[in-house]
Design a protein around this ligand. Structure first.
Ligand code: GUN
Length: 297
């Protein structure tokens, strides 16, 4: 059997299109476009690429993009002052401070300074708390995107065994929370988990977010499992090549022989993150303008 390939790229494109249409409706009702501010501190090349693509995707979805690029040695007080200014700016519905930040800046204090109603990343403790008690807030983009792919594929997740590998605040913990809210039986496995292979073997749903190239082998998987691979790892370059291949946390080729469905890397979960960011920004815009949030997002 060969697993169905879950096409996150196509799913994300459709979501971006729906968001773009709703953004036009919003502009008619509110007299302004939804706005997303992205803040980048320093010149990390990967972050520059991400921030550039976020800006382009924002504009393509009929929203306003506000980009703020600050030097690597920006004092914390200056960054806090910028966030405060964006909190007050009525054109700005969502604020994203690109992580990781340079070492002298305290990520937790910066995230805490973002208004929870503009925290479209869902990283603020208020939004983490809302998620954990079942109140509506903002959910981190990557796990919400994974959840969309899972429910699209499986429908009702009630009673299914889900194993999340990884326990980060950005992916693992909110992912487990979302699966629990959908009535799955959830296990979080991590670097100290004993006999991780046999834990994963129970799972109808595997979400891998550990950042270890091709760690999950076909022997770990239950026949027919749905596998969501959040990992994006670059292998060392092969001789004569400048760049190594991008691979996930799952050994895709062999896992496809056992899984029922699996996301590829690239083209699986990755494109979902920006699409969900735009979706969260659209939701923020409606809430901030006192308008009903459209259904089916
Ligand atoms: N760096 C890598 N991914 C993300 C993300 O989703 N949000 C932010 N703020 N920074 C990131």
């Amino acid at each position: 059997m060969t697993a169905t390939r879950i096409d996150g790229k196509a799913f994300a494109a459709k979501l971006r299109e729906r968001v773009g249409e709703h953004a036009l409706e919003f502009a008619k009702a509110a007299g302004r476009k939804p706005g997303l501010a992205v803040v980048l501190v320093g010149d990390d090349p990967a972050s520059q690429v991400y921030v550039g693509s976020k800006g382009k995707a924002t504009v393509a979805a009929n929203m306003e993009s506000f980009e703020h690029r600050l030097p690597d040695d920006t004092p914390e007080a200056d960054l806090l002052a910028l966030v405060e200014q964006l909190n007050e700016d009525e054109r700005v519905d969502g604020i994203l401070v690109q992580l990781p930040l340079p070492g002298h800046l305290d990520e937790q204090s910066i995230i805490a300074s973002i208004s929870p109603d503009k925290d479209v990343d869902g990283f603020h403790v208020i939004n983490a708390g809302r998620l954990s008690v079942g109140q509506s807030g903002f959910v981190p983009c990557t796990p919400l995107g994974c959840m969309m792919l899972l429910t699209d594929r499986l429908g009702d997740l009630s009673g299914l065994e889900a194993v999340v590998l990884g326990r980060s605040n950005i992916v693992g913990k909110p992912m487990a929370q979302l699966l629990l809210d959908a009535n799955a039986t959830v296990t979080i496995a991590h670097s100290r988990t004993r006999e991780v292979e046999s834990v994963v073997k129970r799972a109808d749903i595997v979400v891998a977010a550990v950042g270890r190239p091709e760690m999950i082998r076909k022997e770990w998987l239950k026949e027919g499992a749905t596998v969501i691979d959040v990992g994006i790892n670059r292998l060392p370059p092969e001789p004569g090549k400048e760049k190594g291949r991008l691979v996930g946390d799952v050994a895709f080729g062999e896992a496809s022989e056992v899984a029922g469905a699996i996301t590829p890397v690239p083209g699986g979960v990755g494109p979902m993150t920006i699409a969900v960011l735009l979706r969260n920004t659209l939701v923020a815009a409606h809430r901030n303008a006192g308008l009903d949030v459209p259904e089916g997002l």
